[in-house]
Design a protein around this ligand. Structure first.
Ligand SMILES: Cc1cc2nc3c(=O)[nH]c(=O)nc-3n(C[C@H](O)[C@H](O)[C@H](O)COP(=O)(O)OP(=O)(O)OC[C@H]3O[C@@H](n4cnc5c(N)ncnc54)[C@H](O)[C@@H]3O)c2cc1C
Length: 404
């Protein structure tokens, strides 16, 4: 089984220090809208050297992670898969402090930037992909619509009509992470040739494109560090050179499915960060808090909670490592992706609620962090396809591809 080596652990530790020293002290102000999230995130990519790495990225060839080919591990190379591992460790460590920040960062770099780097032409990668990876620009990934959530493809209404060397987009998207602040929108629309066609086309739309507008940020239960809004297309004209990967390549339902799969594969990293933090806070509190003349950790009902939280953390960590292994060496199935998304999201919610129970009234207070993690955790069960959709997909896979 894949494990982190000493270099990975050093990087994990460096990210943890950074999050605790630089992000934790300001996160309440970010959640309250006093500090724009991407200001500290830009400083982070600069300080942690991510910016210079993105400058050095050779975009003329497909990234290994995007090639889809399976590879044999090379035990003599401690840097193998470093890009993938460091990226996931960064998201995990950010999620210990702010899952909302991790979500906005992940959508901008992983989903919007990642889609362009994986599927775009070399020119699109340079013009739009690289600035997104460096956070010079902010990205959004637009699939969900007011009438198309779980049935995102079947019920999609946003249409694209060809008009000379442009496409004209009409419709709206909702619940779009980074919607209010994004510069670059990766947008899925149904190709309308007047024939009720089912082809989905994938566009890069820019904030300054005429006909694009965004709503005000929604008030949400959690993930408050991340802004979410509607995105509207009103005769929005997009030149054909902004079809991702060119005319033929951009016409694919597989793009959407790969995007969703990437999003789902990021959930174990977010969940593990949240669970680790909740667990650590809970153990520390249970050792310090005295009731009936004894620390809470002496009571078996508290031990039961902590022991079960520890089991969940171990399982989620294993899924996190297995997901890393698949991302580096290939071999991931839809069953793996949905299993990880379903289990890790449910465990994040469960562990965060257990942490609140252990902290009692203090757990309900902002100062003790776990209330934020509990509110944020619920979104992991909804976004990137609800828990029910993971179960339905797994059921279909078991019925069709699974061999006993
Ligand atoms: C904070 C936030 C950020 C988001 N960010 C983005 C983003 O950046 N980009 C983007 O494109 N989308 C985004 N989403 C949208 C998210 O992916 C959808 O909310 C999600 O896919 C569910 O769609 P829905 O909300 O329309 O629920 P619905 O599809 O209406 O489902 C409602 C309920 O019915 C259940 N249900 C639906 N169909 C079935 C069925 N066949 N059988 C059993 N149960 C069923 C669902 O599981 C759910 O419990 C975001 C959502 C939130 C809340």
């Amino acid at each position: 089984m894949f494990e982190l080596n000493d270099t990975h652990r050093m990087i994990e530790d460096m990210f943890r220090q950074y999050m605790m020293n630089e992000i934790e002290p300001i996160i309440d102000d970010v959640e309250d809208g006093k500090i724009p999230l991407f200001d500290p995130l830009r400083k982070m990519v600069e300080t942690l050297g991510i910016r210079s790495q993105m400058d050095a990225l050779d975009l003329s060839r497909p990234r290994r992670a995007d090639s889809g080919e399976e590879r044999t591990p090379n035990p003599d190379d401690p840097m193998e898969g470093m890009e993938v591992i460091a990226g996931n460790l960064l998201v995990k460590e950010m999620s210990r402090v702010s899952p909302g920040a991790a979500m906005s960062f992940g959508v901008s770099t992983g989903l919007a930037g990642g889609t362009i780097l994986a599927k775009g032409t070399v020119e699109q990668k340079e013009t739009f992909g690289r600035p997104l990876m460096k956070l010079d620009q902010i990205g959004a990934w637009c699939l969900t619509e007011p009438g198309a959530g779980s049935d995102a493809l079947g019920s999609m209404r946003t249409s694209a009509v060809e008009d000379g060397d442009h496409y004209v987009l009409n419709g709206s998207k909702t619940f779009i992470t980074n919607g209010p602040v994004a510069d670059v929108f990766v947008v899925y629309a149904k190709l309308d040739r007047g024939d009720a066609g089912k082809e989905i086309q994938n566009f890069i739309v820019l904030r300054e494109d005429p006909g694009l507008s965004t709503g005000t940020a929604f008030q949400k239960m959690g993930m408050k560090a991340s802004q979410t809004s509607e995105v509207f297309f009103d005769d929005c004209r997009i030149p054909t050179d902004r079809l991702i990967g060119g005319e033929q390549a951009s016409k694919s339902r597989d793009h959407v499915k790969e995007g969703l799969s990437n999003e789902r594969s990021g959930i174990p990293s977010i969940a593990l960060g949240m669970i680790e933090r909740c667990f650590e806070i809970s153990v520390q509190y249970a050792k310090e808090r005295v009731q009936f003349g004894r620390p809470l950790i002496d009571f078996q009902l508290i031990q039961n909670r902590l022991a079960r939280m520890y089991v969940a953390m171990g399982n989620v960590r294993n899924i996190f490592l297995r997901t890393l292994q698949h991302s580096i060496y290939g071999g991931q199935t839809r069953l793996d992706v949905c299993m990880g998304k379903l289990y890790c999201s449910e465990m994040a919610t469960w562990v965060a609620n257990e942490a609140i129970a252990i902290l009692g009234g203090y757990g309900y207070m902002r100062e003790y962090v776990v209330e934020r993690l509990a509110r944020d955790a619920k979104l992991l069960e909804i976004g990137a396809g609800t828990a029910e959709m993971q179960i339905i997909t797994m059921g279909q896979e078991l019925a069709t591809t699974w061999k006993a």
